[in-house]
Write a protein that binds this ligand. Sequence first.
Ligand code: 5GP
Ligand code: MN
Length: 329
Amino acid sequence: MTSKMINNNDMAIRSALEDAERIAIFSHIHPDGDAIGAQLGLAQVLRQLGKTVDIYNQTGRPESFAFLPGMNDLSPWTDQSPEPDVKIALDCGNLDRLGLSQAAWAGKRTITIDHHAGHEPFSDLNYVDSESPATCAIMADLCRKWGFPVSAEAATCLLTGIHTDTGSFRYEKTSADTFSTAAWLMTCGADLAAIRYHVFESTSKARFQLLNALYNSSEFIFDGKVAVAEISHDLMASLGVADDEVHGLVGQLKEVQGVELSILLRELATGEIKVSLRSKQYVDCNQLAGEFGGGGHVRAAGCKLKLPMAEARQVLTERARSYLKREAL
Ligand code: 5GP
Ligand code: MN
């Protein structure tokens, strides 16, 4: 068995997938468009190759991506789940984010494909490219290179993840290669109209009201370099907003001129505070989130704090201050 290092030996991964009969695909807890798109896309590809494919997520189905083909098959992994020949984790930077214990993840052969900064390898075979803007972009490029069949449905899943993780081709990891990959997925038949309608033009009224509340309560501190907003559990409950509908809101706070870093603090049902960080030009969000046991990417990261809201806000903004350029203060 190979050691758990980032070896990026994609041909070994291809062989492992080809040799397997039953493959289980996992995505990170509270999956976003990239995690779910890569998972459902790869499931389609492997099923077309004649594999038996099971798909798992420990926090269940994200309703906002319910339009993607294959979503109904998604369920949490349990002790009773059929043991596959290969387990593959997508868009997941460490084992914690998978929501499984080490014992549950262990299997005949384990694989991870990911693009997170500071990835901590936890599988036998690992393909990690932190320069890539999306796991879906890596997945599409590998399928193309390997000559695996990418149907129109699979292409729609993969293009969804590229669209969402690049902020619709805006964020800094978007490159000429990203557009080439997206163009190739369009030639495979990706349904851009479906993505536009379901991902970008189907905001619920509850989410819209939350956005309104967020705009009204957001504060601009440290000379306007940092935007901070809070969402209480009561507000989420009173508006009837689902957890996965909060995606993207922190990015909107960053759109204000002069803001370098946006911070969204959301109180979970458990009382913990889920923190989302986004930066524009220089703050290393991955490092800042890392100070609190979280992680992600340089321009987008998150963590959880076991503190009351006011304290969480205090410690986070205090640490955030040290990341701002001196002349900015
Ligand atoms: P979001 O703010 O949208 O929840 O997450 C932004 C990025 O940070 C995503 O790539 C996500 O995987 C990562 N992330 C969010 N929360 C955590 C966390 O608690 N731990 C780690 N390691 N990564 C996180
Ligand atoms: Mn991703």
